[in-house]
Design a protein around this ligand. Structure first.
Ligand code: 5GP
Length: 189
């Protein structure tokens, strides 16, 4: 049986990763979205074990010491990381796994797992990103600014990715992603 493929899905905060991934997973139930651990506080409606594993800073640091993470990074004011064991279990069972992570983490996975497919989801423009981030209303203005600053840095990494998908509309972005996945699966035939 073939092993699953690992897809890294990165893009600046506000690029629409969440919406695009939700639609992609609805269309392709063969994909598994990895649940990350984070020290950030849950947003309204977010559930522990579903959106993230919400853990304390000492607990996160303990897991770093135990080498439990495939990758982890500090993003704005918090830690975010991918637990390695659940990902490897899925891959071994032949399931394709998606990690939705920021650029530093993407580069770490690229080093450790050269076969991982790196996909960058880009907003149509930085102006559009600002509009989307403020419109979402989940962050204070100060946090929006920090996220925009981080986003400018992240956009500079685009050429290190295998594919850039512009999120002009969710339908287009999902269709492009499905092409990328289909091409990869066809390569295994
Ligand atoms: P948010 O706070 O908006 O949920 O996530 C902030 C950023 O952290 C996003 O760019 C998201 O992709 C990234 N992120 C989420 N989980 C992980 C993870 O496990 N590792 C890394 N490196 N980044 C993550």
């Amino acid at each position: 049986m073939r092993k699953g493929d690992l897809y890294i899905f990165t893009g600046p905060s506000g690029a629409g990763k969440g919406t695009v991934l939700r639609e992609l997973l609805a269309q392709d139930p063969g994909l598994f979205l990895s649940v990350s651990a984070t020290t950030r506080a849950p947003r309204e409606g977010e559930r522990d074990g579903v959106h993230y594993y919400f853990i304390s800073r000492p607990e996160f640091e303990r897991k770093i010491a135990e080498n439990a993470f495939l990758e982890y990074a500090q993003y704005v004011d918090n830690y975010y990381g991918t637990l390695e064991a659940p990902v490897d279990e899925r891959l071994a069972a032949g399931v394709d796994v998606i990690l939705e992570i920021e650029v530093q983490g993407a580069m770490q996975v690229h080093e450790k797992r050269p076969d991982a497919v790196l996909v960058f989801l880009a907003p149509p423009s930085v102006e559009e990103l600002a509009v989307r981030l403020r419109g979402r209303g989940t962050e204070t203005e100060e946090k929006v600014r920090k996220r925009l600053e981080t986003a400018r840095g992240e956009l500079a990494y685009q050429d290190r990715f295998d594919h850039t998908v512009v999120n002009d509309t969710v339908e287009n972005a999902v269709a492009r992603l499905r092409e990328i996945i289909a091409a990869r699966r066809a390569g295994h035939l």
